[in-house]
Design a protein around this ligand. Structure first.
Ligand SMILES: C[S@@+](CC[C@H](N)C(=O)[O-])C[C@H]1O[C@@H](n2cnc3c(N)ncnc32)[C@H](O)[C@@H]1O
Length: 453
């Protein structure tokens, strides 16, 4: 049970998504009530996963136990300060180097305060995953709100609140918890200086989860479980030449780099310098200095006349392994209350993904491995992309994945049962069991091998 509303999509996107998922479910299990399954999916997408997952740094020179103890101590300190009961914190039983923190919620008994603060959509969604409210995220608060006031925090899911508002209609807002103001209204909206830092510290959130800001950033990297599975599925080896085609902010690049133990060549591309700077910052946090980063349009990353040593473009067959975790419609993100993407925009992704995929196939050496992943749940960007790839490139076949924690791929005409078994789909609401491997964001992974001949 949750007090959070289901994800709201535009009617055209909702219809499109629902039709294509119902069609696929009808193919595989005609008896099943597809509409109920779809409703469950959008309800789940509106809520946060109940587990926070933290990938540990194998290059930190600490033992597993030591890393777990440090993380436990930091989180315990934070929870004790807030007066919360300490959570269960443990290593995932299958995914290597992954610490899991159990969450709690929703707390439906919270008493609401008279003073109401409205935060923007991004801020509200972050609060549901354990963040405090940053001052920039505050849209409105009551006249006379002072530091230390007890307040209730509401998320402006429909973007109806104007900056500086003093009142709002409760019905159009979503309650995300209670907190203590760390900044006054005066400072927020009447001062010439821009205010930064924590604006409301959350004392009684609807969902309890660790606040990840500055949490042991040299030792752990907060990452959703399916994203960690991607790095392990790619299975990078020391000494190899590896390409991360669409790499920013670099969570998976840093994972690959640590698995390579800085031995070999790792190239990370993204489309702008600002995006590359994010990868560099994440690599610096873990003191990983060997990653080559380039701002580059990966749709042009292969050319016949390139040299092997410099930056992009690169010659065909240059890489042992390639990760294509490219642009996607991101409809698997959780929590997500309101996504106003147009159908035109949704439909633009497969074309871009295919252009990037074509380059990846060229750049991969015979015998090499290509991992394709998305954080979305549409058929077109996932199973149908795989079907297109298998039909277009006779050199490609699907490989089984290790670990395989998600479901198999969904049915789509032309994709064999054997191939579906090799895909990995994380579909929220699909599984009644609540575990770190099932209560995740929506995600899709396919692993391809390029034949040696
Ligand atoms: C899903 S995000 C990648 C996340 C990243 N792999 C990680 O784990 O941190 C997709 C990325 O693709 C990048 N992108 C989109 N079009 C691109 C292009 N033509 N060339 C290179 N990167 C592109 C976006 O800028 C975005 O950073």
């Amino acid at each position: 049970m949750s007090s959070l509303p289901p994800l709201v999509l535009t009617p055209e996107v909702n219809n499109h998504l629902k039709c294509s998922l119902l069609q696929s479910w009808q193919l595989s299990s005609p008896q099943e009530d597809g509409s109920a399954k779809y409703d469950k999916l959008v309800r789940k997408l509106g809520t946060p996963p109940l587990f926070t997952t933290l990938r540990t740094n194998p290059m930190a020179g600490r033992t597993h136990k030591d890393l777990l103890d440090v993380v436990k101590a930091e989180i315990a300190k934070n929870y004790n300060e807030k007066g919360w009961q300490e959570p269960c914190i443990y290593y995932h039983s299958v995914v290597k180097n992954l610490i899991v923190v159990d969450g709690r919620g929703p707390d439906l008994d919270l008493q609401k305060h008279d003073k109401q603060v409205v935060v923007d959509l991004a801020c509200g969604m972050a609060v549901l995953r354990g963040a405090d409210v940053f001052a920039q995220g505050i849209m409105g608060c009551p006249l006379g709100m002072s530091e230390e006031d007890a307040v209730s925090v509401y998320c402006d899911v429909n973007h109806t609140c104007l900056k500086g508002a003093t009142k709002f209609q409760e019905g159009s807002m979503v309650f995300v918890g209670n907190g203590t103001a760390r900044v006054s209204r005066e400072k927020l909206f009447c001062s010439k200086e821009s205010v930064s830092g924590v604006g409301i510290s959350m004392t009684q959130p609807l969902f309890e989860a660790p606040c990840l800001t500055d949490l042991c950033s040299d030792l752990i990297f907060p990452q959703n479980l399916p994203s960690v599975v991607v790095g392990q599925t790619l299975d990078p080896k020391q000494g190899e030449t590896i390409l991360d085609m669409c790499a920013s902010p670099g969570g998976k690049t840093v994972h690959i780099a640590s698995l390579m133990a800085e031995k070999g060549r790792l190239v990370a591309l993204d489309k702008s310098q600002a995006k590359i700077d994010k990868i560099k910052k994440n690599a610096e946090n873990w003191n990983l200095n060997f990653i080559e980063t380039y701002p580059f349009d990966a749709r042009r990353s292969c050319t016949d006349s390139a040299d092997l040593c410099g930056g992009p473009p690169y010659p065909p067959g240059m890489f042992d392994r390639i990760l294509l975790d490219g642009p996607c419609s991101a409809l698997g993100q959780r929590p997500s209350s309101n996504n106003q993407m147009s159908l035109k925009s949704l439909k633009s992704y497969p074309c871009l993904q295919r252009q990037l995929f074509q380059q990846a196939v060229k750049l991969l050496r015979p015998g090499g491995t290509l991992v394709y992943s998305t954080c979305t749940i549409t058929m077109e960007e996932n199973e149908e992309l795989v079907l297109w790839a298998l039909q277009t490139f006779s050199c490609l076949s699907l490989a089984t994945m290790e670990p395989h924690l998600g479901n198999k791929g969904r049915a789509c005409a032309g994709l064999s049962g054997e191939d579906r078994d090799k895909l990995q789909l994380f579909l929220p609401g699909c599984d009644d069991q609540i575990s770190p491997g099932t209560d995740t964001i929506g995600f899709f992974i396919a692993k391809f091998l390029k034949s040696s001949s």
